[in-house]
Design a protein around this ligand. Sequence first.
Ligand code: IPD
Ligand code: CA
Ligand code: CA
Length: 324
Amino acid sequence: MGHGCPVHLLFTPGPRDRPPCAVYKPRYALLQTALCIAAFSSSASLWDALKQQRNVRKSRPMIRSALMNVMTAAAIKAGRGLKRDFGEVENLQVSVKGPGDFVSAADRKAEQTIFEELTKARPGYGFEMEEGGTVEGSDKTHRWIIDPLDGTTNFLHGVPIFAISIALEREGQVIAGLVYNPITDEMYVAEKGQGAWLNNRRLRVAARTRMADALVGCGIPHLGKAASHPKFKTELAMVMAHASNVRRLGAAALDLAFVAAGRFDLFWERGLRTWDMAAGLVLIREAGGYVSDADGGTDMFAKGSVAAGNETLHRELLGLLRTA
Ligand code: IPD
Ligand code: CA
Ligand code: CA
């Protein structure tokens, strides 16, 4: 079968459909050829063959790059510990002292595991970590950005919505991101130019374009950030007056992953740190979404704020925040 075959012509994938894998092309060509033969030599209709090929594509597992293998291995190892410790938190809830110290220890332990795993795999890379701070590497072009436990308050209260967030920056640009919830075993990964994935499923941001249909995630400044409450309240009131509804998960890395997965149409938050956002930003971009700071600029890390969604709704959200 050559290029004239309609199955090849109709389902030769574009670059955005391809997983980051060198062995992909030959395998795909084989599959296409088999389908061509099936379509024309058996009694099955061409339509059935095409549908079958689509299903095979959907269920085909993603093949990870060496870099992503390193990142996922570190997250899975640290996630195992966090999951075990989360089980303990429930027992500690009833004690007078509460689980505060235990959670801090779990947080630090997870970060240590990630640090050790990544250092073993990529010696020389630098680190920016929530707990351990900055560690300079001999390789000045690479830096890991890590939040070992995003959603600490949820974890502390026994709410199973938290995640590990790992991002890799190369020459000041975030080129890979991972967000992993060990309780649901949902692993969101993205590499620049290679798409975003949830486990083996390719991600796209939601396609809704009407603000009145949009589910919007946000972050509420906690008690210690009382000075930020008035601004947040006016922004929330503005969004509530236009969007379908609003959610507050309590884990910014997961909020951003939810936008990448099309679960949330939009998300905005101020008062964030680099490690809350870094992995999520690349997930959203690779899922075809738009990200900016909450004022519409590109200074997410410097300003500590983010607004994200598809092109149309992102623009509308920025308009609402501007007028709030
Ligand atoms: C927090 C969460 C939360 C956001 C806070 C963050 P932590 O991170 O992402 O959703 O509202 O601003 O500090 O402390 O749980 O790692
Ligand atoms: Ca965080
Ligand atoms: Ca944290």
